[in-house]
Design a binder for this molecule. Structure first.
Ligand SMILES: [Zn+2]
Length: 283
C-alpha cells in the first residue's frame, strides 16, 4: 500500500448522512459538518471520471457574479464564501435511449362540418422512432437537479480511483437506487414522446387509444460528474449553488434580503424627495 492509498478514506457525515471518499476530509462534502465517521476507502475500484474544466477561482468568480446584487443578503456576498466552495464528483448514469412502436389516438372536432350532425371521431395511427442521446441521471438524491439531469455530451476516462487523481475532491456515494432512477427516466421519456405524437394529431380533442411504444436502453455508462458546490446556511436553510465542473452550467438563485429591500426603498424615496425639494426650491 503506498502513501496515497493510506490517506484515501471513506466517510459518513453524522449530520446529513452523506457518504463519500476523500483524502483526509475534515468537513462533510455536502453540508460542511465536522461530525464525520471514518472508514477505509477503496482506491482500487474502477470508475469513470469526467474531468473538471474549471478551477476553484473560476468557480468563485461565477458565484461572485451571481451574488453581486446589493439586495442579496451579506452572507452570500462575503469573501468567506470562497472557503465554502467544495469540489465533488457526483455518481451519475449517462444513458442512450431509443423509443419506438405504434401509437393510436382518437381525435374529435368540437364543431362538425355538417350542421346539426354529431361530431365525428377519427383514428390516427403513428409509427414512432425517437432517439435520446447522452441523458444524464444523478444517483445522489441531494444533487439531482437539472444541472445533473440534462443532456450533455460528456468526455470521460477510466481510472482506478486513486487519491492522486481525485486530489482535493470528494467522491460521493450514490444513495438513489439505479432501478428507481431508471423508472423515473423511462416515465419521463414516455410522456415526452406521447406529447410529441399528440401534437401531431390534427383534431381539437385528442384521446390516447393504444400505446405500444417501448423504451429501450441502447447504451449506458456509470460516470462521476464534477461539481463545485456552495451550500450557504442562511436563516436555518440550506441554499445550494451548483456549478457543473465540465459544462459550466449553474443552478440556484440567492434569496433577496428584506432588510436590504427596506434600506433600498428608503434610499430611493430620499433621492426622489430630495430631487423634488430641489426642483420646488429653485424653480
Ligand atoms: Zn453532511
Amino acid at each position: 500500500m503506498n502513501e496515497n492509498e493510506s490517506a484515501f478514506k471513506h466517510y459518513v457525515c453524522q449530520d446529513c448522512y452523506t457518504s463519500f471518499s476523500a483524502m483526509n476530509a475534515v468537513n462533510c462534502a455536502y453540508c460542511g459538518g465536522s461530525r464525520l465517521e471514518e472508514g477505509v476507502g477503496n482506491p482500487s475500484q474502477k470508475i469513470s471520471l469526467v474531468p473538471f474544466a474549471y478551477n476553484i477561482n473560476d468557480a468563485y468568480n461565477v458565484f461572485k457574479k451571481k451574488f453581486r446584487n446589493p439586495l442579496v443578503p451579506f452572507a452570500f456576498r462575503s469573501k468567506r464564501i470562497k472557503k465554502l466552495i467544495r469540489k465533488l464528483y457526483v455518481p451519475c448514469t449517462l444513458y442512450n435511449f431509443e423509443v419506438e412502436g405504434k401509437v393510436n389516438f382518437f381525435g374529435m372536432d368540437k364543431v362538425s362540418n355538417v350542421q346539426g350532425a354529431p361530431a365525428q371521431t377519427f383514428e390516427s395511427q403513428f409509427d414512432t422512432h425517437f432517439d435520446f442521446k447522452n441523458l444524464l441521471m444523478s444517483h445522489f438524491s441531494k444533487l439531482s437537479d437539472e444541472v445533473l439531469s440534462n443532456v450533455n455530451d460528456y468526455q470521460f476516462y477510466a481510472t482506478d480511483g486513486t487519491a492522486s487523481i481525485i486530489e482535493d475532491a470528494s467522491l460521493i456515494d450514490g444513495d438513489i437506487d439505479t432501478k428507481k432512477t431508471f423508472a423515473v427516466v423511462q416515465q419521463k421519456l414516455m410522456n415526452h414522446c406521447l406529447n410529441t405524437v399528440r401534437g401531431n394529431v390534427e383534431h381539437e380533442r385528442k384521446k390516447l387509444n393504444k400505446n405500444e411504444m417501448k423504451v429501450n436502453v441502447i447504451g449506458k455508462s456509470e460516470i462521476y460528474v464534477p461539481v463545485y458546490l456552495l451550500n450557504i446556511k442562511h436563516e436555518g436553510k440550506d441554499n445550494l449553488f451548483i456549478l457543473n465542473g465540465q459544462t459550466g452550467e449553474i443552478l440556484g438563485d440567492p434569496p433577496i434580503s428584506m432588510v436590504s429591500i427596506v434600506i433600498f426603498s428608503i434610499l430611493v424615496f430620499l433621492i426622489i424627495f430630495g430631487v423634488a425639494y430641489l426642483i420646488a426650491t429653485f424653480i
